[in-house]
Design a protein around this ligand. Sequence first.
Ligand SMILES: [Zn+2]
Length: 149
Amino acid sequence: MAEARPAFARLRSGDEVMFGLYAPGDGCDWELGMRWRDLGASVGPTPRLEVFRDAWEAFEHPVFQRLFEDLRTWRDRFDTSIDSFCELLTEHGFVDDTRPPEADPYIKARDALLQAVVDNGCDDPDDEPCGECWACLADAFLTEAEVRR
Ligand SMILES: [Zn+2]
């Protein structure tokens, strides 16, 4: 069994990074989430650390302890964007396990669907999607679902 190592992954939603101890190809020992919440026009997206009970041992893991120490002064060196957090993780030796879009089954299915819309002749720029064939219906459903995410 591969040994677990500190790693992180940006989620597709674009406002969340999961980081923790992961064994390559064998899931994770535990993980934490940094989520950006929009606190309004004057503050903007702000990171918030979320840690379930099973990951509290992160507080006594040396790699994570050093990271937490750096987080206290993070703002002095970086902005508090998701990019600079990922930079900080990389600096602390975390492996970037972010799945490339082509390996994401959701995106694969999405691309196949968009191709079906084109193949059905429903994607002519001069035409509205027919709204009736299975591809147009599924596309409308997914678009609606994405808006709600
Ligand atoms: Zn159609």
